[in-house]
Each structure stands twice: as structure tokens, then as C-alpha cells.
Design a protein around this ligand. Structure first.
Ligand SMILES: C[S@@+](CC[C@H](N)C(=O)[O-])C[C@H]1O[C@@H](n2cnc3c(N)ncnc32)[C@H](O)[C@@H]1O
Length: 269
């Protein structure tokens, strides 16, 4: 693992996972799939990215390493994960255990990796939590890393329709931020596409799914029946975590007519 320092030598990484944040509450209960569209949308995104043994892959924010394992099962020539959080990076290394995997502990907006060194870059459930300038910087970094023709895949929270009123969006952001306890700034499909196009990408694939991350059917599909039962059991024993999960689900349901999970794959021009 490499530590990624900024020009002043100051570390930019987060050392510890903030266990208050919704994704780590879910992870602590045993949930492995933490991205909005679940396993199905991840698999659809990976199919569109078509990782082969000729690929040099960079993943932004591998989290617990769920997609890392799927990507590595295609035997790319190289695989580098860039994770901001040192504790999460240690977990991903322990979970994935693959000699090919390299981890940079640092910010996806400034990876320190060489220009034109990747043919495929992807990141899930990590852009939505960034401010607009950070989103812009991370997408620009993906463009810098990719060789022309290379693919960038994202899997994030979307707002629909494109003309959703600003006051509705403000309420969604505020509810999601309170529920997940981190910044949550989803964009419309037109805005996600616009950000990619402004950074030299051409969108080649789009797919969306309902925001059903915490609905029973999706949890069983993502985690399997027995892990679902274990998660339920841990929720029964842990009142604080139970309250958090039910509150997040309430918010997802409240805004179901305006939020979804969206995956876009774009080609560097
Ligand atoms: C919601 S989790 C998603 C993890 C994983 N991609 C998944 O879908 O299961 C968000 C992860 O993004 C990481 N992260 C957030 N901002 C980042 C950044 N700017 N650069 C690298 N990693 C980042 C966090 O540390 C955390 O591990």
C-alpha cells in the first residue's frame, strides 16, 4: 500500500472509518453490497466495461472490495484501487487477498498514478458524496489516467426527472444527508452526462434501477437469504443500528419518485 501525500507533505487520507456514516452502519451489520443499484447494476456496469486480460484497471473507492473481486476475476493485466480511508483500504486488502491488487491510500481526485496508465477506470457510490468541484476533479482524474478510447464506469444516485424542481432537490439532499450522515448530492442523468462530456468523455451506456438498496427483495438478491437473516438478527440485537437502517429506508421510500440508482459508462475521446 502507498500513502498519498499532497505537495505540502500533508496527508490527505482519512485514517479511521466514521462508523456513523450510513454505509459503515450497513457494513457493520454484515451488509456487503453498499452501492445504490445493488449487485445487479454492478454486474451490468462491469459487463458494459468488458474487462479482459489486456486491461489496466483502476477502481476509485473500493470500499470493502466487493467489485474488486469481480473485476479481478476477469484477470486484468493490472488492478489498482484508490481508497481515501486507510482503515477501509486495510479491509479491502484483507477481503480480496489477490497478489495483483495494488492499493493507493489517497484521494481519487489526485491519485499520483501516471497519465494514460489505465484502459478501464470505475468507481461506485463515491461521486454522489462529493461537492460539485470534487466531482469535477475526480472525473478529470479518471480522464487523465485513461488512454484515449478507455472506459470510465460510474454507479451513483440519480435524480429524476431532469426537471425536478430545486426545492424538491434541496429536501432530498437534506433528508439523505441526515439519514446517511455524510454529504449526499445526487445529480440528474443530464447533469451526470454533462459532467462526463465536459471532461472529454462520450457516454456509451446508461442503465438505471429503483433505489431499493434497503428493500427486502433487493437485500436478499444482493446478500443471499442466510446473510439477510444474519443482518436481521444483528438489527434485532442492535437498536441504534436498527433505527438508522429504518430511517434510511424511510427516506429512500419518501423520495422514491425522484431518486434512483444510475450507472453510466463513458469512453474517453
Ligand atoms: C459508500 S462507500 C462505497 C464503497 C464501494 N465503492 C461500494 O460500492 O461498495 C464509499 C467509499 O468511498 C470512499 N471515498 C470517498 N471519497 C473518496 C475519494 N475522494 N477518493 C477515494 N475514495 C473515496 C470512502 O472512503 C468509502 O470507502
Amino acid at each position: 500500500m502507498n500513502n498519498n501525500n499532497n505537495k505540502n507533505g500533508k496527508t490527505m487520507v482519512e485514517k479511521r472509518m466514521n462508523m456513523e456514516q450510513g454505509h459503515w452502519v450497513l457494513a457493520k451489520l454484515g451488509k456487503k453490497v453498499l452501492r445504490p443499484g445493488g449487485k445487479a447494476l454492478t454486474q451490468i456496469m462491469l459487463k458494459a466495461m468488458n474487462i479482459t486480460p489486456n486491461d489496466d484497471v483502476v477502481e476509485f473507492a473500493p470500499g470493502l472490495g466487493y467489485t474488486a473481486k469481480l473485476a479481478l476475476s476477469h484477470h486484468p493485466r493490472s488492478y489498482v484501487a484508490v481508497e481515501l480511508n486507510a482503515e477501509a483500504a486495510k479491509r479491502v486488502q484483507d477481503n480480496v487477498k489477490d497478489d495483483k491488487m495494488k492499493i493507493v491510500i489517497g484521494n481519487a481526485s489526485d491519485t499520483g498514478l501516471p497519465e494514460n496508465s489505465a484502459s478501464k477506470v470505475y468507481g461506485e457510490a463515491m461521486l454522489t458524496m462529493q461537492s460539485n468541484p470534487q466531482k469535477q476533479a475526480i472525473i478529470a482524474e479518471a480522464a487523465r489516467l485513461l488512454r484515449p478510447g478507455g472506459l470510465y464506469g460510474i454507479h451513483e444516485i440519480g435524480i429524476f426527472p431532469d426537471d425536478t424542481p430545486q426545492e424538491v432537490r434541496k429536501e432530498i439532499e437534506s433528508d439523505l444527508a441526515k439519514g446517511i450522515k455524510t454529504n449526499v448530492r445526487p445529480l440528474t442523468l443530464a447533469e451526470w452526462k454533462g459532467l462526463l462530456e465536459d471532461n472529454g468523455f462520450e457516454v456509451s451506456f446508461v442503465e438505471s434501477k429503483p433505489m431499493h438498496l434497503l428493500e427486502t427483495g433487493r437485500v436478499i438478491a444482493d446478500e443471499g437469504f442466510w446473510r439477510f437473516i444474519c443482518i436481521l438478527f444483528r438489527m434485532l440485537k442492535n437498536g441504534v443500528a436498527r433505527k438508522r437502517v429504518l430511517e434510511m429506508r424511510r427516506i429512500f421510500r419518501k423520495h422514491a419518485r425522484h431518486i434512483n440508482a444510475i450507472s453510466i459508462v463513458a469512453r474517453k475521446r
